[in-house]
Design a protein. Structure first.
Length: 162
């Protein structure tokens, strides 16, 4: 991924799911934790948002916070919807599934559409393109999503370090 020279010092990454209470805050927290552990915190500004504002102002789902806490990662984000300034303000916008990808691309000004990618593009080749929504499932689904996002974040961080 290429980042414009004026933004090379800090890469701004936005993780997006539906309501910004499960997948995207987990991805944000995992990526930030990994960047911090690698001494790269100053190189990144990370945030998360939802394609809609149904949960605006709420903390992440307690199950998402619990699974992350079991791995030593705090999830502190507060849900917010994607806003029009995000398309210009972020260097990379990662959609959790193809529905989010379509929604984001439909709302994004043409010059910024190349910034929008699927999170699972950073997973093993041949993986399902969608991060499944664990909201209506059990704790095991949250653990599965955590593991999936961890692999994606590890690969994303490696790519962005290049």
């Amino acid at each position: 991924m290429r980042i414009s020279s004026e933004r090379a010092a800090t890469c701004r990454v936005l993780f997006v799911c539906s309501g910004n209470i499960c997948r995207s805050p987990l991805a944000e927290a995992i990526f930030q934790h990994m960047a911090n552990a690698d001494g790269l915190a100053a190189r990144f500004r990370v945030d998360s948002a939802g394609t809609h504002g149904l949960h605006e102002g709420e903390r992440a789902d307690p199950r998402a916070r619990r699974v992350a806490a079991r791995h030593g990662i705090p999830v502190d984000s507060i849900a917010r919807p994607v806003n029009s300034s995000d398309f210009e303000g972020f260097d990379l916008i990662l959609a959790m599934d193809r529905g989010h990808l379509r929604e984001l691309r439909s709302r994004c000004p043409a010059p910024h559409r190349e910034k929008i990618r699927l999170m699972r593009e950073f997973d093993a080749p041949g993986s399902d393109p969608d991060v499944p929504d664990p909201y209506y499932d059990d704790a095991a689904a949250f653990e599965n999503v955590f593991d999936m996002l961890s692999a994606c974040c590890r690969n994303l961080l490696a790519e962005l370090r290049k």
